[in-house]
Design a protein around this ligand. Structure first.
Ligand SMILES: [Zn+2]
Length: 369
């Protein structure tokens, strides 16, 4: 019986256009390999990372949004973000199975060729350096979404994991959202405060995403999405893409990870070096690991969001290579078939599985093309 299910899952999965909303490989390569693809080459098996091209193929990934993330304390965030865009461009052209995509139609055509489409998303609105010109420059380079904040409240938007200062967006923050709508850049409401989520949804006239977020009802971490916002995302025709990080997946892990963004900020002040901060966070987590979470816990988020927002409004945004712990059964980018298998086990039909694992995300991308 389990074998039958596994066979069915493998058959369905082989034909799926898996679209993942958020992967931090570019940041991991910057910190751990100095952005040198001779040191760490994702075209081949990459030990110690959660992502490489052979495993993307094994996971059936048809399109990957690569996050071009830079921390809020970076002194030259736009320049550093451009370096990250360049890094993704370099590994995309280096690896035979990756192809750069600008639109949803590109992504579908690349998947039809059996390759993985490379899409770009920028994380943390400070990267535009308070300038709509900075925003447009990123769009020209193919960046298709902007996560309005990361862990810190910025001059024009409140983060979920910092002091709120604006009650959502400022007037300039509203201008950013309207300009994103105009130029075809998806508004990403991951990381922002619930008030910023509601404010962005009020201003945006295009479907939005949460590129890597869970449901607050199931895991009460401040950066997860509350039910009233899930309903608004449904009305907006957007998509909430479920994050695999334990702190956003189970209530026990959310309590364990509640202070991690503040801790990272504090470590940054003390150590002053991104690689040292990440090494210290990994060391602390080894000492005191998260309570275990599983594929089933992640699928609970998919089902909750499908129930509250609608099955057309849920997707996946693993956060691989931006996370220092993973659910059991979802350890790297080769493991997406485990989600297909769990959804089948719970009685989901193939058309709905296709929506969740990729088609919803492509619909929202197309609506912003
Ligand atoms: Zn993030």
């Amino acid at each position: 019986m389990v074998t039958d299910l596994a066979e069915k899952a493998a058959r369905i999965h082989a034909d799926l256009p898996v679209v993942d909303g958020h992967n931090d490989l570019a940041w991991a390569l910057r910190i751990r390999a100095g952005s040198d693809l001779e040191v760490a080459d994702p075209c081949n098996a990459l030990d110690g990372y959660q992502t490489d091209v052979p495993r993307l193929a094994a996971g059936g990934v048809g399109a990957q949004f690569w996050s071009v993330y830079i921390p809020a304390w970076d002194a030259t965030p736009l320049r550093s973000t451009l370096e990250q865009v360049d890094l993704v461009g370099r590994f995309t052209s280096r690896c035979d199975n990756l192809e750069a995509a600008a639109t949803a139609a590109d992504a579908a055509a690349i998947r039809a060729r059996g390759h993985t489409a490379s899409l770009l998303g920028a994380e943390g609105g400070y990267c535009i350096e308070d300038s709509l010109d900075g925003l447009r420059r990123l769009r020209h380079l193919g960046v298709r979404y902007l996560t309005l904040t990361h862990a810190d409240t910025i001059s024009w938007a409140d983060s979920a994991t910092d002091e709120p200062r604006h009650g959502g967006l400022t007037d300039f923050g509203e201008d950013v959202v309207r300009e994103m709508n105009r130029i075809g850049m998806i508004v990403d409401i991951s990381h922002v405060s619930p008030d910023t989520m509601r404010h962005a949804l009020q201003v945006s006239d295009r479907p939005v995403i949460a590129s890597h977020s869970g449901a607050f009802t199931l895991a009460g971490h401040p950066r997860n999405v509350p039910d009233d916002v899930l309903e608004l995302v449904g009305q907006n025709d957007g998509v909430v893409m479920v994050n695999f990080y334990p702190a956003f997946v189970s209530q026990a892990a959310a309590e364990h990870g509640a202070g991690s963004f503040a801790l990272a900020r504090d470590l940054q002040k003390r150590l002053g070096d991104d690689a040292a901060v990440e090494a210290e966070l990994v060391r602390l987590l080894l000492e005191d690991p998260f309570p275990e979470v599983t594929v089933g816990d992640v699928v609970d988020h998919i089902e909750h969001i499908a129930h509250v927002a609608g099955v057309d409004h849920v997707g996946i945004g693993s956060d691989f290579d931006g996370i220092d712990a993973t659910p059991v059964g979802l350890e790297d980018v080769s493991t997406y078939p485990a989600i297909t298998m769990e959804l089948l086990r719970r009685g989901w039909a193939e058309p709905e599985i296709r929506l969740v694992l990729g088609e919803n995300a492509l619909r929202v991308l197309a609506a912003n093309d």
